[in-house]
Write a new protein. Structure first.
Length: 141
């Protein structure tokens, strides 16, 4: 793992949350993106060398909506940048970590992603992210 890539924060209202975090970090969001496969609208703010990802559910059965219903708004996950996602997934699986998916999936901000189950990481949801070689043609919102 190379570095902390971003922190994910589950929010009910992305517009209101953008205002709050823009004031907090003295930064404006640089991108909003709909990730239909995960039923989430994302918004990114840069913070020094890292980023904050705001996550708003776009459907009642979204993982983010279920998280908010259970725990309320707040910290959702930490993402670590990796250079080779598949190799890192294999390594971690051999070490006994439980992956939430068998294959990398397209994520926001031109990334391939994989999540580790919190049961195998002391309750912390961890996302592994790898920069995609070619940007997906996604519609920024």
């Amino acid at each position: 793992m190379q570095k902390i890539e971003h922190l994910g924060i589950a929010v009910r209202n992305i517009e209101e949350s953008e205002k709050i975090f823009s004031m907090l970090f003295n930064a404006v969001p640089y991108k909003r993106e709909l990730v239909e496969s995960q039923k989430v609208l994302t918004s990114f703010l840069r913070t020094g060398t890292g980023k904050i990802e705001l996550l708003q559910a776009t459907a009642e059965d979204s993982v983010i909506q279920k998280f908010i219903d259970k725990k309320g708004e707040g910290f959702h996950h930490v993402a670590f940048a990796v250079s080779d996602l598949r190799s890192e997934m294999q390594r971690l699986q051999k070490e006994g970590f439980q992956l939430l998916q068998d294959e990398p999936s397209p994520g926001a901000d031109n990334k391939l992603v994989c999540f580790l189950h919190p049961k195998s990481t002391n309750g912390l949801l961890i996302e592994l992210v790898q920069e995609r070689a070619k940007p997906l043609l996604k519609k920024n919102i």
